[in-house]
Each structure stands twice: as C-alpha cells, then as structure tokens.
Design a protein around this ligand. Structure first.
Ligand code: PA5
Length: 458
C-alpha cells in the first residue's frame, strides 16, 4: 500500500489553500517526541493492537474451530455491535463475493452464509430469525465486555429461539468471543460449557477486528486469515520507523492533525473507489470518531476536540457529496482509497449505432472508467484548492486489506498523540448507557425523565 500525500500542500493545490510545504519539516522535527511517546505507552501496556500481527495460538484455535465444528453449519449468525461488528462486516464486504448469502452452496464454495445483527431493531431481528433454520445455524456472540445491553438482549432472544427448536442441544450452536476472565458471557460459557474464544484484554473493541473478534467469522466463511495478518505485519513494520517520511501511518495522522488544527479542516473524508470497501469506510468512521473525539486531553484539560469522519464511495458520491467537497467550506481533507487492479472487469460494448454522445464509452472497460473518475475527481478537487491524499492498494486481497486495517489503526494511535488525547477510551458514551439502564429498570440506576421537553412542537 502506498500513501500519496502531495495534494495536502499549497504547492500542489491552488497555491492558496492547503498546508505550506514548510509545515512538513516542522512535523518531521516534532516526530521524534511523538514516536517516543507511542513507544513509551506501548511499553506501559497501551496500544495492545500492536500484538495482533503475531498470534499463532489464536490462529490455530480459530482454524481448528472453523474447519471442525464450523463446517457443520449452513449459516453463521453474528451478534455484536460497534467494534464487535463493524470490522467483520468490512472483511466480508471486501473479501467475499457480493451478495454472498444469495449464492448457492457451490457459489459459496460450500462455506456457510453469514448474517450480522448489530442493532436491536425488532424488525431486523424478527426477520432474520424467521428466515433462518436454527438446526443449521451457528451463532457467534461477540462482546469484549460480555455485558453490552444490545448484544446481550440479542443473545437472550437468540438463545431462546435455539432452545425452542433444539432443547439442550442449543449450546452446541453457540460460540462466544469475549474477555478471557470477565463479564456475563464468560460466566455463561463456563456454566453451560459453551465454546468461547478470547478477546485480548489489551486490545480495545474498535481495534479488535484482527483478533478472534473478526478472524473467527472470517475463517468460518473461508477468508484467508493468515493473509490478513501478513498484511497487518507489513503496516506494523513500517510504523517502527523513526523517520516520519518513512512511517506512512504516522505521517497520515500528522498531516490530518496539522490540517485540522492549523487550517480548520475538521472533516476527514474516506472515499474508497470500489463498492467492496463501503463497509471499510463505516469501520473507519467509528475508529476515527470514537478514538479522537474527546472532552479532555491527556492532561485533564477541557479541549472538546476531534475531527469528524465522513464516509463516501466513488464514483457513486460524485453524484451526491462531491459538490459539497468541491465548493463548500474549506474544512475537509479527502482520502481516496484506490485499488489499482480489479479481480474482474467488464467491457462496455462498442457496437455500431451508438448515439454520438455515447460512442466514447464503447470498447472501454468499467475499471478504466472508474479509475478515470477517481483521477479526475482528485485533480478537480486539487484545482479547487481542496486538500486530498490517496492510498493505493495494488489489488484487494486479504494481505492488502490486513495492511489497510492496521494502517488506519496505527494512524489512529499516532493521531491520539498528535492531538494529545487518549484514543483508547470512550467516556462520552457512558452517560447514554447509564440513562438507558435506568430507563430499562436496571438495579442501581436512578430513572430520570427522558421524554422530549414539553411544548416547542411544530
Ligand atoms: O470500540 C469500542 O470499545 C466500542 O465500540 C465497543 O466495541 C462496543 O461498545 C461493543 O462493546 P463490547 O464488545 O464490549 O460489546
């Protein structure tokens, strides 16, 4: 994977907007301290996701489970939310054929179908359970804490559904992915003899896709998990470099921080040019938002900072959000995520008799059209003085995706230091959780009126 970052600088834009080139030298100078802080914090036990490049024991357990028990089922149902679902959805979207669940057994190479429930919308839950045969289903309940209300509510519903159909055999249709020692899920696994994999305690939810959280479902549907980790190791190796210009994740983070804090570019857009990375953009949004949006900095000062991540997909969003990117406020940095070589291409028919206005398309390939649109959009944005950069994947396979995932996790870890915040906590979601518990009558939580304020209704 290569990061092309020239178009964040004034001299590659319209000479007015963008970072002055001299800013790069300043970032390079500061990087010694940034890199040292990351090292120090790693040694102190933070940044646990660095350990995910090498996990032979977990990989062996996952393989054994996926190739043994896992293959006895036609359908895998994953229950999880946030970091326990988004990364896995990105893996499936990028590395399995589109419409996976609609393919027949041969089309899926006899791997199971996979459905993810990451919400408690009763309509989706009821529909999934109506369509699925519990006798053929393996349910992977994923929750690091083992107590998240949404996932636990799903679990209780799904366990009842399994038990009604299978009686005591229901437990053989469940596998948990959770903390090795703590939480309700671990307790249930021990009591009922349910298979359970471990989420490494030092790896935070949104940094956990390359742990058993994402790797078990991935292996169950035949994704090359060793390939994912090999790619992750490539990104990790580059992130050891103490020279900023040779450490792309740190550079990406530093440039985005500089654009935000010096130029007010607070909106960070990730725009893959392939449908297969749509869910990757969703995963990135959570990673960037939950890690960097903070009330207080590391020293406890009130800062209320954090860039707003936005997902887009090219060329689709050229007909939607790009008008705003092109002419709206100068408050964005756009990252294109481009795939150089598509696994498959489609030729647009040339045929005589095409109207003159369409003749230029005849005989061209769709991948060629898509690449032209990406390059044209990037060039047009640059001419309009809009900061952008590009990440190029040679092709979209497991190693490339593993590298891209680890790249963004590393960039998030570095961005935490550039911004001066803790990228691994999420205190801002706690109040909402407490109020929900209270509203649902959980003991120890005092109920408060949650209804809309009176009046002011139109
Ligand atoms: O990144 C995070 O920590 C969160 O998004 C969690 O992944 C999410 O809240 C789900 O938590 P858990 O896996 O404990 O159910």
């Amino acid at each position: 994977m290569k990061l092309h970052y020239g178009r964040v600088f004034q001299d590659r834009l319209d000479s007015v907007h963008g970072l002055p080139r001299a800013r790069l030298a300043e970032l390079e100078r500061r990087f010694g301290d940034i890199h040292a802080e990351v090292r120090r914090r790693r040694e102190g036990g933070e940044y646990g996701f660095y350990q995910l490049g090498e996990q032979p024991v977990a990989v062996q357990q996952i393989r054994r489970f996926a190739e043994g028990v896992g293959q006895a089922f036609d359908h895998v149902l994953v229950l999880g939310i946030g970091g326990s679902a988004l990364g896995m959805k990105a893996l499936l979207n990028a590395l399995k054929r589109p419409g996976w669940n609609e393919l027949d057994d041969e089309g899926r190479e006899f791997f199971p179908k996979l459905t993810v429930l990451d919400n408690v919308d009763p309509t989706s839950v009821a529909e999934v359970l109506r369509r699925m045969d519990p006798r053929r289903a393996l349910v992977n309940v994923i929750s690091k804490s083992g107590g998240t209300a949404e996932t636990m509510a799903q679990y209780l519903v799904v366990r009842q559904w399994l038990e009604q159909a299978l009686g005591p055999k229901a437990t053989g249709h469940l596998v948990f992915t959770t903390d090795p020692a703590k939480g309700a899920l671990r307790e249930i696994a021990q009591k009922d003899g349910i298979a359970a994999l471990e989420v490494p305690p030092a790896v935070g939810g949104r940094f956990s896709v390359l742990s058993p959280v994402g790797l078990l479902p991935a292996a169950l549907v035949g994704i090359d998990i060793e390939g994912l980790l090999a790619g992750a190791r490539r990104a990790l190796a580059k992130a050891e470099n103490a020279e900023l210009l040779k450490n792309p994740a740190a550079l990406y983070a530093g440039l985005h921080w500089a654009a935000d804090t010096a130029l007010g570019a607070r909106v960070h857009v990730l725009m893959p040019y392939t449908d297969r990375l749509r869910e990757f953009a969703e995963w990135y949004r959570q990673l960037w938002a939950e890690s960097l949006g903070k009330a207080r900095d590391r020293r406890g000062q009130d800062v209320n900072l954090g860039p707003t991540p936005v997902g887009a997909v090219g060329p689709t969003d050229q007909h939607s959000q790009v008008q705003l990117f092109m002419e709206g406020p100068h408050d964005k940095v756009i990252t294109f995520l481009a795939v150089d070589r598509f696994n498959e291409d489609v030729t647009i028919p040339a045929g005589a008799g095409l109207p003159a206005d369409l003749a230029y398309l005849g005989g061209k390939s769709m991948a060629g059209l898509l690449q032209a649109e990406y390059q044209a959009t990037a060039a047009a944005l640059s001419r309009m003085g809009r900061m952008n950069c590009s990440l190029h994947l040679e092709q979209l396979d497991a190693p490339a995706l593993g590298e891209a995932i680890m790249f963004f996790q590393l960039a998030t870890g570095y961005a935490g230091v550039w911004y001066g915040v803790d990228p691994f906590d999420q205190p801002g979601v706690e109040l909402g959780k407490k109020l929900t518990y209270a509203a649902m009558g959980r003991p120890g939580y005092t109920a408060e009126p949650l209804g809309l304020p009176p009046g002011d209704v139109a």
